[in-house]
Design a protein around this ligand. Structure first.
Ligand code: CAA
Ligand code: FAD
Length: 379
């Protein structure tokens, strides 16, 4: 067993860390405040090859692996969780299903554009009446000649409005429940496809979250992803890996909060010495660091399993569950260590705390992770 990262992984970490500190961190608080998505940051990630980390060069990627990808999401999230999830949704949720289930033509047309970062991707699964219970979705796709006609709406879509390529799930046969769901690739600008309400959120505020509306939206039959009726399986398999991207986001948020708390605790003097020397504070820092390390190991392990073609669904759900809860606890503790200052926007820890909460909700709530893990243990 070797816990040392390869030279390639260390190099990617160094490159992303430098990029994050130089290009992402300086505007993170301001973008959060203004709820502003910055496409220029995404374009710069594309220049570095980050938008296609795990995909082969023949599809415009840089031919690395899922471990390199989670390291990148972690490093970005350490300074800006919104930027972390932009990349995570782009790679895990939009690009992955095209890579796995797309025809050669779809890969050349859509995966290449996503991998090179020419286009941004999004994933439309959730609906107003179907969040945790995916199979109860209502968006309909009816075959009419060479087209599928989509009607319905999706909610909570990360990168919504900004993305050019959407992987969208709809019911093609309502009688068959989860076996009657299909996946489609929908391009921005398709007549009948519009962007609805943009959410005002507690955290990840510079990541746009919107509604998608389909009104007699005609999708060419060539844009069916996989086979008709295969959509639920595609959605679930996509989430198997996607959840580890969120685990990486959570690890990054937690590490960012710990780093800030350590620095603060070394500087802040009360009762004649730095608060870091008060055992109550020092032990908190020790517990924070230990939990983050455990979360990171689960996350890297799941990525390693996926990169090596081994089953990774359970590992990924465990990583997301543990890392999400760790991010929440660590960021609350970081605010506590900052005292009154932690409660203000003069320091980044309140943003980390607001951002951490989403890692317990999206890509399946923590309760759903427990469902997924326990079913794998008992079925
Ligand atoms: N891989 C392959 N097949 C799978 C699978 C997987 N991971 N999980 C389930 N299936 C198959 C089952 O084997 C079963 O197949 P058969 O019918 O052939 O037996 C079928 O799918 C139905 O499975 P279940 O009975 O387990 O389905 P369910 O209706 O009980 O739902 C669930 C299962 C795990 C709760 C699922 O609905 C789920 O994951 N819900 C959470 C939704 C979610 O995570 N949404 C995230 C949206 S994206 C997001 O949030 C974006 C972001 O972060 C940026
Ligand atoms: P519900 O399913 O209504 O759940 C409400 C509560 O009930 C939760 O605590 C839940 O855990 C609990 N619960 C439900 N069922 C069970 C059960 N069986 N056992 C125990 N507890 C249960 N979706 C996309 O498709 N694409 C995206 O890009 C995307 N991005 C998102 C970005 C943000 C900022 C947010 C907030 C959401 C995003 N989502 C996205 C949707 C997200 O995946 C859902 O919000 C999430 O899956 C939960 O669904 P829900 O909100 O409908 O909650």
């Amino acid at each position: 067993m070797n816990f040392q990262l390869s030279e390639e992984h260390e190099m990617i970490r160094k490159m992303v860390r430098e990029f994050a500190e130089k290009e992402v961190a300086p505007t993170a608080a301001e973008r959060d405040e203004e709820e502003r998505f910055d496409r220029e940051i995404f374009n710069k990630m594309a220049e570095l090859g980050l938008t296609g980390i795990p995909w082969p060069e023949e599809y415009g990627g840089i031919g690395s692996d899922y471990l390199a990808y989670v390291i990148a999401v972690e490093e970005l999230s350490k300074v800006c969780a919104s930027t972390g999830v932009t990349l995570s949704a782009h790679i895990s949720l939009a690009s992955w299903p095209i890579y796995k289930f797309g025809t050669e033509e779809q890969k050349q047309k859509y995966l290449r554009a996503l991998a090179t970062g020419e286009k941004l991707g999004a994933y439309g699964l959730s609906e107003p009446g179907a969040g945790s219970d995916v199979a109860s979705m209502k968006t309909r796709a009816v075959r009419e000649g060479d087209y599928y006609v989509l009607n319905g709406s999706k909610v909570w879509i990360t990168n919504g409005g900004e993305a050019e390529i959407y992987v969208v799930f709809a019911v093609t046969d309502p009688e068959k429940r989860h076996k009657g769901i299909s996946a489609f690739i929908v391009e921005k600008g398709t007549p009948g496809f519009s962007i609805g309400k943009k959410e005002k959120k507690l955290g990840i505020r510079s990541s746009p979250t919107t509604e998608l509306i389909f009104e007699d939206c005609r999708i060419p039959k060539e844009n069916l992803l996989g086979q008709e009726g295969e959509g639920f399986k595609i959605a679930m398999m996509t989430l198997d890996g996607g959840r580890n991207g969120i685990a990486a986001q959570a690890v990054g948020i937690a590490q960012g909060a710990l780093d800030a708390a350590v620095e603060y605790a070394k500087q802040r003097v009360q009762f004649g010495k730095p608060i870091a020397e008060q055992q109550g504070v020092a032990f908190k820092l020790a517990d924070m660091a230990t939990a983050i390390e455990a979360a990171r190991l689960l996350t890297y392990q799941a990525a390693w399993l996926e990169s090596n073609g081994l089953p990774y669904g359970k590992a990924s759900a465990m990583a997301k569950l543990f890392a999400g809860d760790t991010a929440m606890k660590v960021t609350v503790d970081a605010v506590q260590i900052f005292g009154g200052n932690g409660y203000t926007k003069d320091y980044p820890v309140e943003r980390f705390m607001r951002d951490a909460k989403i890692t317990q909700i999206y890509e399946g709530t923590q309760e759903i992770q427990r469902l997924v893990i326990s079913r794998m243990l008992t079925r």
